[in-house]
Ligand binder design. Structure first.
Ligand SMILES: [Zn+2]
Length: 300
């Protein structure tokens, strides 16, 4: 029987206020656990409009209609409107999710800043961003975070050691095939990576190379065969326009006997000593523009 760990990336103020409670209710209806990874600082989504001008993003805009998913207001945050501080403005929602027994963790402080800057950033910059998120998490939840999932699967070589220093116990910052111990400059990092192993729904919608196969059917096929998986979803999408499809997916997984769980429960089943040691490389995945962090080949 397979285990599917559900990781929810929460990127925006609106996604936190509206998408998160809708997702929590859907997960409870399906008796599924999940990890909510929050963006805790300012919502500067409007600054990501710049990305529209970049090559490769236009296809995605056409497919998934950014304005309808994120709302016009969200697209102005950080540009024409000040970006709301998500941790401060949404702390009731955040604490409610924790109180309902869902795992909570850190996605990032400032999603746009991290996504656009981390791959070229210094150790000091990375440490500062991680620290800002960690401090706000502690203020909201009264304890230190242990789960991390990098915004946009963007990392640099400093991040794994900084996660170790900051007391994170596991992270899902990468795309890959199975959990691994990151190997950085020939050294093992104590924070295992639980990579996202399945495509996201938005990577599957409108893809011509899938020959018209329903994205939910495609995901069910990808997760056949009993292996364990990490599935990433977004509060802005599965907690919005894709909610019905997501609930259909949850029920189909349940019917097939899968265990739908959170990162903490999944991580507890793993023995770090038996995990492969892999580098973190830069790569790409079908249906998503640009490069992201991927699991490298297993090293010695
Ligand atoms: Zn994100």
């Amino acid at each position: 029987m397979s285990t599917i760990a559900l990781k929810i990336d929460v990127d925006t103020y609106r996604g936190t206020l509206d998408g998160v409670p809708r997702l929590a209710a859907a997960l409870e209806r399906c008796d599924a656990r999940a990890t909510f990874l929050f963006t805790l600082g300012p919502d500067h989504t409007g600054r990501a409009i710049k990305r529209v001008l970049r090559r490769g993003f236009l296809g995605k805009v056409r497919r998934t209609s950014v304005v309808s998913h994120y709302g016009l207001r969200t697209l102005l945050y950080g540009v024409l409107l000040p970006g709301p501080r998500i941790g401060r403005r949404c702390e009731g929602v955040l604490r409610d999710i924790d109180a309902r027994g869902f795992e909570v963790g850190v996605h990032t402080w400032d999603h746009v800043k991290w996504q656009d800057g981390v791959t070229r950033a210094s150790r000091l910059w990375t440490r500062r961003q991680l620290q800002l998120a960690r401090t706000e998490f502690e203020r909201v939840f009264g304890r230190a975070p242990v789960a991390h999932g990098a915004a946009g699967w963007q990392v640099n070589s400093y991040l794994p050691l900084l996660q170790e220093e900051a007391g994170f116990r596991y992270a899902s910052d990468t795309r890959g095939s199975s959990p691994f111990i990151p190997l950085i400059d020939g050294r093992d990092v104590a924070v295992p990576q639980l990579p996202t192993t399945l495509p996201t729904l938005d990577e599957l919608i409108g893809r011509e190379d899938l020959g018209g196969v329903d994205p939910i059917e495609h995901l069910l096929r990808c997760s056949e065969g009993g292996g364990d998986h990490v599935f990433t979803l977004h509060a802005e999408l599965e907690g919005g326009a894709y909610l019905e499809g997501f609930e259909r997916l949850l029920r189909a997984w349940r019917e097939r006997g899968a265990t739908l769980t959170d990162m903490a429960t999944y991580a507890a089943t793993l023995d770090p000593a038996r995990l492969p040691r892999c580098a973190i490389d830069s790569g790409s995945v079908p249906g998503r523009s640009g490069t992201l962090a991927v699991q490298g080949r297993a090293g010695a």
